[in-house]
Design a binder for this molecule. Structure first.
Ligand code: FRU
Length: 323
């Protein structure tokens, strides 16, 4: 059954050095911030953090560095959060880090990202890890970094696995659901992965780079590049979010009355919240159109609420109290 197996999240893990300020720092000044802490970051890593807070079993797969205190810190933090990283590849490299400025006064989050040794999982490594066997997962989720063509080949492995289940002895329930997140406008070659996903998340930044001015418009148009049954989802900050499914567009409003203090990872929280509802409701097994639409609407509403709540608190841990 889909709901009994976990979600594999493939992507990046880094350390976010978070600086909290009441006002954005002036250049060439010497001033005090109000708080400073380390937090594990990276989209897929953040997805896992939120999924595990929502009690959805998940695993992170990516390249973990072994050099420096940051690499050790990331591995410890995954363990503290109870997130499985046993299939991740450990390399003798520096992990990515990011300096973050959270401006509590305006609610902005500014990210200065340093890929350093740019450790991203290659297709060969992925293939070697799973050897075409995804039977322990209900779902595979891929964050697209600069390795788009490598990810495309990883998706082929999962699709080949799913196709291999098409015989009379195996129930279709064993098929692995595939989702993909496109966040960064600066990378290219996304077309090849769009056609392979059951569920596609696109960020507001990416949608804007494609000329879209709202979420509904983006999901409507982008769905024509995807599989006919695919769900396409886009969150648009305080303007809410939209999803397109089989020609119909569903929308949800953003949570109102939120005092935004930390929007770092709000998009990742949205994605994890959406995934958690589909996973819990065993989306793959709802065969009627009405059932699917109801679940997608429910997922959209929950994801908007969760992302809004996340913005009202520092970090992610407090989300546990709301779930
Ligand atoms: C938030 C985030 C941060 C990280 C950056 C990488 O979405 O994943 O945790 O520093 O984006 O782009």
């Amino acid at each position: 059954m889909q709901g009994n197996r976990g979600i594999l999240c493939v992507g990046l893990a880094c350390v976010d050095f978070v600086n909290v300020v009441n006002e954005y720092p002036k250049e060439d000044s010497d001033q005090r911030g109000s708080d400073y802490y380390w937090q594990r970051g990276g989209n897929a890593s953040n997805n896992c953090t939120v999924l595990s807070l929502l009690s959805v079993p998940c695993e992170f797969v990516g390249v973990l560095g072994s050099q420096g205190a940051e690499a050790r810190w990331i591995a410890n933090d995954f363990a503290t959060c109870g997130i499985n990283i046993s299939h991740s590849v450990v390399k003798d490299v520096l992990c990515p880090v990011a300096t973050i400025i959270l401006n509590v006064g305006t609610g902005t989050r500014t990210i200065l990202f340093y890929p350093r040794d740019r450790p991203e999982l290659s297709y060969a490594e992925f293939h070697d890890i799973f050897k075409d066997d995804f039977s322990s997962f209900s779902w595979t989720h891929f964050e697209l970094c600069s390795n788009v063509s490598e990810i495309s080949s990883m998706l082929d492995d999962v699709i080949r696995y799913n196709n291999s289940l098409k015989n009379d002895d195996v129930v279709v329930d064993d098929k692995v659901f595939i989702s993909v997140e496109i966040e960064k406008p600066e990378f290219s070659g996304y077309d090849s992965v769009m056609t392979k996903a059951d569920l596609l998340f696109v960020s507001k930044d990416y949608a804007k780079s494609q000329g879209f001015t709202d979420a509904s418009c983006a999901v409507n148009k982008l769905s024509s590049l995807c599989k006919p049954n695919a769900v396409v989802v886009c969150a648009w900050g305080d303007e809410g979010a939209a999803a397109s499914y089989k020609g119909q567009t569903l929308t949800s409003a953003a949570l109102r009355g939120v005092k935004v203090i930390d929007s770092l990872g709000a998009g990742d929280t949205f994605v994890a919240g959406f995934m958690s509802v589909l996973w819990r409701e065993q989306y793959l097994h709802k065969y009627t159109l009405t059932d699917c639409r109801l679940i997608i609407q429910q997922a959209l509403d929950f994801a908007c609420k969760l992302a809004g709540l996340k913005c009202s608190m520092f970090g992610y841990k407090g989300l546990k109290d709301y779930c």
